[in-house]
Structure formats: structure tokens, C-alpha cells
Design a protein around this ligand. Structure first.
Ligand SMILES: [Zn+2]
Length: 85
């Protein structure tokens, strides 16, 4: 499935985690971050939970592994339910 999850038809999100050394282990949770589908990657990305992520400080993961950010997961599930079926 690659390293992106299609949360909404028009939106691509990535699973990112702060790199080791950038943040303490307890802060190294997997955030879900919407990625703009056009243009350059912005200086700051904002995770679904509101956390600011500097792209250079984070690693992109294939899937959620380790400790997920619960706030991101909750918001992601809520958004997915809004999808038409
Ligand atoms: Zn988060």
C-alpha cells in the first residue's frame, strides 16, 4: 500500500514519527499528518492532533508502528466516518 494512507479522496496523509534524538522516547509517537497534494512540503506540517512537525525532524513510516498518537488516531477515525459510501 506504500507509505501513504488515503484518508479522504482528495487528501493524502503520512504517518510520521520524530527522529530519535529530536524528542524523548515518550514523545516519539506516530502522528498522522495531512500532506498537501501539490507544491513543496511546507516548513511545518501539522498533525491531526495539532502537533507541529518539522519535516527534517521526523521520519516517515510505512504504517503506524510502535506507539501511535491517540489523538491523531481518534481524529483520523472521525474523519474516515464522514466519507460517503
Ligand atoms: Zn498526533
Amino acid at each position: 500500500m506504500g507509505n501513504v494512507i488515503h484518508a479522504e479522496p482528495t487528501e493524502v496523509v503520512a504517518v510520521v514519527r520524530l527522529r530519535r534524538g529530536v524528542a524523548g522516547e515518550r514523545k516519539r509517537v506516530c502522528h498522522i499528518v495531512p500532506i498537501p497534494d501539490a507544491g513543496p512540503i511546507p516548513e511545518y506540517l501539522t498533525a491531526l492532533c495539532g502537533e507541529f512537525i518539522v519535516p527534517g525532524d521526523a521520519e516517515v513510516l510505512d504504517r503506524i508502528c510502535g506507539m501511535p498518537c491517540e489523538a491523531c488516531l481518534t481524529r483520523s477515525a472521525r474523519r474516515a466516518r464522514r466519507l460517503p459510501h
